[in-house]
Every structure is written in C-alpha cells, then in structure tokens.
Design a binder for this molecule. Structure first.
Ligand code: MN
Length: 232
C-alpha cells in the first residue's frame, strides 16, 4: 500500500511492569460525576443520566513519572485547568452491556488528566454549543501506565488526588463517583458499540483549577502508577 501522506503512528499506553503497549482506539469522557465538583461548577448534582464527550485519540500524552512528559500551554485560553480522573481501558467489545457484566469488558485502569480550556468550555456550555474547543485539543489527555484488572482488580474506593508543584489541589475518593464504573460502561454501550482500545475518563472530583507554564502536575489513584507532567 502506498500512503499519499505519512500515516499517523499508533497511539499506545505502556502497561505497568512490563513491555506491553495498549493501543488506544477512542477516548470517551464522562461529565459531572462527583457531586462536589458538580456544585463547584454551579450545577445541581441531582442524579441525572451520565453524559459524555470525546477527545481525539492523539490527545494522549504518556506521563509516567519516569517519562518526564511535557505538554504545551494551549492557544486561545486564559484558564488551562486540570481534572484528575480514573481512566478505564476497554478490552472486549460490547453493546447494551448489562451493569453486572460490565467489568468483564474492562482490560485495566490508569490515572489521567482531562485538561480543559475552562473559559472556552464555559462559553460553549452557556451558548448550548459543543465542547470540543474546551475539551478536545492537542495534548489534552495526559495518562499514566495502564494496570491490568487481572492484577489490580476493579477499584471502587481509594484516594484520588492531584498536586501542583507539590501542593494538594484535588483530593477525594473513588467511592464518591455518582455513576460507578460498571454503570458508566453499561450506559455508554447503549450509544456506541465499545471496542478494545477504547478509553473512558470517568469524571473529576472537586478542586479543579488552573496551571501555568513551568508548573508540574502530579496525580495519583490508590494502587495505580502516579502521573506526572510539566506545562512547558
Ligand atoms: Mn472531566
């Protein structure tokens, strides 16, 4: 086959403790999934059905502590915000997946940050426009190494936190998710046939805020590899 322009390289995430790589297919994200974060965004944390948005696959930046990853400060924003999140990696295809079977479709888990141009997201939200300008830009999905569920199980509780230059900014617990991971997988699979390689960012707790050039974000979730990334 002759490509008329260079083909895009595969986007992959390293598997913790080995040489394997997980190929990324699509990136889905859940909005408003911790009540305290819903309130800080000025919304009502009533338990509405989950809603989703997407990021492009090549928004991924591998940001394990040893990779010394950097992301550029993106254009067109004065409010470049972090959102620490548990990331689910799908390993088996499925649609209309029952909640009780959802975990069997999950290959593993990682720590990710849903980087957001907050000013553009809020402007889009308030005008009823799509969120892409605020959410789906280059390098907007730093992620740490992926841990197989076969090794770490399916976490339902445990610390989730983010620091900027060593200072706590977000700290909560996975047990505060409004929609559990199996509920998210089941709901998303009503709208899309999930495929191996799909990622789901499951929402952020309270404490979101801005980062500036030169600052270092470090985030973690109990039992998973920390994430570390510097804003160039
Ligand atoms: Mn988010």
């Amino acid at each position: 086959m002759t490509f008329v322009i260079p083909p895009v390289p595969a986007v992959t995430i390293p598997v913790a403790g080995g040489n394997g790589q997980f190929p990324v297919r699509r990136i889905y994200c859940v909005g408003r999934n911790y009540a305290a974060h819903v309130r800080e965004m000025g919304m009502d944390p009533a338990r509405e059905a989950p809603f989703f948005f997407s990021k492009p696959t090549d928004a991924i930046v591998v940001a394990c502590p040893e990779s010394h990853a950097q992301i550029a400060y993106p254009p067109a924003t004065e409010q470049f915000h972090f959102e620490i999140e548990l990331v689910v990696a799908i390993g088996a295809a499925g649609r209309n997946i029952p909640v009780e079977q959802a975990n069997s479709h999950i290959w593993g888990y990682a720590v990710g940050i849903d980087m957001t141009r907050r000013d553009l997201q809020i402007a889009a939200r308030d005008k009823g426009r799509p969120w892409e300008l605020g959410k789906s830009f280059d390098q907007s999905a730093p992620i740490s190494a992926l841990h197989p569920a076969a090794e770490v199980g399916h976490p339902v509780a445990g610390a989730i936190w983010l620091q900027v230059n060593g200072n706590d900014r977000q700290r909560s617990d996975l047990n505060k998710l409004i929609w559990s991971v199996p509920e998210i997988v089941a709901n998303l699979s009503k709208f899309f046939e999930l495929q191996p390689g799909d990622l789901i960012f499951t929402g952020t707790p309270e404490g979101i805020g801005p980062v500036r050039s030169g600052e270092v974000m470090r985030g973690g979730i109990a039992g998973l590899t920390d994430l570390e990334v510097r804003v160039a």
